[in-house]
Design a protein around this ligand. Structure first.
Ligand code: GLU
Length: 450
């Protein structure tokens, strides 16, 4: 089959899953030369197998809200591929969660996890539950109900979930407690646990830190650095917060954060002290970023979800870090970034840049890093948490940070080497897809038709 046949094949089987098809299309386009070079992958139907979840679990989550009313949500776990290790990937609690969204995320996770060099397969899960406006008690009730079912499908050698949008330390705590009670065992079945009960130092910071380490590696290829660069960051959750922190450590100047309502533009730059305000606002008070603009007297703009572009990406800057969610940066936004001579776009979120926007960036010589490479520091450090749990001991902050630093450097080199080998020099997207795919395809070949 050629590219067109493969795309049709996947489309026929998954016609109603636009996000999944988008993620698969990108990977398939990149890996066609690998299939041509290795005809056995076609014969072994690696593409047909890798695009089919090994197992997909969908379940009802019923729980009682604070008024005593019954609430019903839908829960999922997509166990996508276990060729190189136990299924690994986060849980997302957000009203936009569908089977398509989780299949795209699980598919991305296969290649991302392969790139980290830590043995982890690909998985993802979550629910259409909306944590916004829920009380502490309701969050706990929901997490307990969700894990009440998920517990029978996971364990520390089979499938190890973690956080994602809407799932942070608090939710991991409630789910871990429920799992422990049901199974009557204390094991590393989830990552992102608290320090003192199996968690790893630096896991909280890892996705954002790793993203900026990766971006610094990209800048170094041009004998440049993040130092002195104005940086646009979208989102205000875990990834955005620690990306901003690392940009500041490296001497850059972050000027924006956003949430689903709008964004702030602080022309003077977000400082470490201002970042503390954002962390407290988002992690403890669960407020809106508008409060930052009120406090520090800077620009605030509402984001109109129906608008054809996001004005955040029209601001003048050197680097852009989309850290909010999928498809948040479209062709018009990419054109605005190009118009303002942005040098680099590195994805903190999963698939935040639309396919046509990616083409615009690459065609205009903007350095572009796909999330499966640049945001892999989070799951890589989850892998380090698993290793520490298996060993029964902990590494210091410095040790974990050094390992993360090294992993991001290796991923960067791996992407460039694979891109070069296939004649697509400096194309991180093609390099990431090829390097991730080859590693998993080899393992699938070795393990036979299963
Ligand atoms: N949800 C994160 C991701 O997109 C982390 C997953 C994990 O740590 O297992 O990679």
């Amino acid at each position: 089959m050629n590219l067109h046949d493969y795309l049709n094949y996947v489309k026929q089987r998954n016609g109603h899953e636009p996000e999944f098809l988008q993620a698969v299309d990108e990977v398939l386009q990149s890996i066609m030369p690998v299939l041509d070079k290795n005809p056995e992958y076609r014969k072994l139907k690696i593409v047909e197998r890798i695009t089919e979840p090994e197992r997909l679990i969908s379940f009802r989550v019923s729980w009682l809200d604070d008024k005593g009313e019954v609430q019903v949500n839908r829960g999922y776990r997509v166990q996508m591929n276990s060729a190189i290790g136990p299924y690994k990937g986060g849980l997302r609690f957000h009203p936009s969660v569908t089977q398509s969204v989780l299949k795209f995320l699980a598919f991305e996770q296969i290649f991302k996890n392969a790139l980290t060099g830590v043995p982890m397969g690909g998985g993802k899960g979550g629910s259409d539950f909306d944590p916004k406006g829920k009380s502490e008690n309701e969050i706990m009730k929901f997490c307990q109900a969700f894990m009440g079912e998920l517990a029978r499908h996971i364990n520390h050698r089979l499938d190890v979930p973690a956080g994602d949008i809407g799932v942070g330390g608090r939710e991991i705590g409630y789910m871990f407690g429920t799992y422990k009670k049901i199974k009557n065992e204390f094991s590393g079945v989830l990552t992102g646990k608290g320090i003192g009960w199996g968690g790893s130092l630096i896991r909280t910071e890892a996705t954002g830190y790793g993203l900026v380490y990766f971006a610094e590696n990209m800048m170094q290829t041009q004998n440049d650095s993040i130092k002195g660069k104005t940086c646009l960051v979208s989102g205000s959750g875990n990834v955005a917060q620690y990306a901003i922190e690392k940009i500041l450590h490296l001497g850059g100047k972050p000027v924006t954060v956003s949430d689903s309502n709008g964004f702030i533009y602080d022309e003077e730059g977000i400082t470490l002290a201002k970042l503390e305000f954002i962390k407290d606002l988002k992690n403890n008070k669960r407020g809106r970023v508008k409060e930052y603009a009120d406090k520090y007297k800077c620009v605030y703009k509402d984001i109109d979800p129906k608008a054809d572009h996001n004005p955040l990406w029209a601001l003048k800057a050197d680097c852009a870090f989309p850290c909010a969610t999928q498809n948040e940066l479209n062709a018009k936004d990419a054109n605005n970034l190009v118009k303002n001579s942005v040098k680099l776009v590195a994805e903190g979120a999963n698939m935040p840049t639309t396919p046509d926007a990616i083409n615009i960036l690459i065609d205009n010589g903007v350095m572009y890093a796909p999330g499966k490479a640049s945001n892999a520091g989070g799951v890589a450090t989850s892998g380090l948490e698993m290793t520490q749990n298996y060993m029964g001991s902990n590494w210091t902050r410095e040790e974990v940070d050094a390992k993360l630093h090294n992993i991001m450097k290796n991923i960067h080199e791996t992407c460039l080497a694979a891109a070069k080998e296939y004649g697509k020099e400096d194309n991180y997207m093609v390099g990431a897809n090829i390097a991730g795919f080859v590693k998993v395809a080899r393992a699938m070949q070795a393990q036979g038709v299963i």
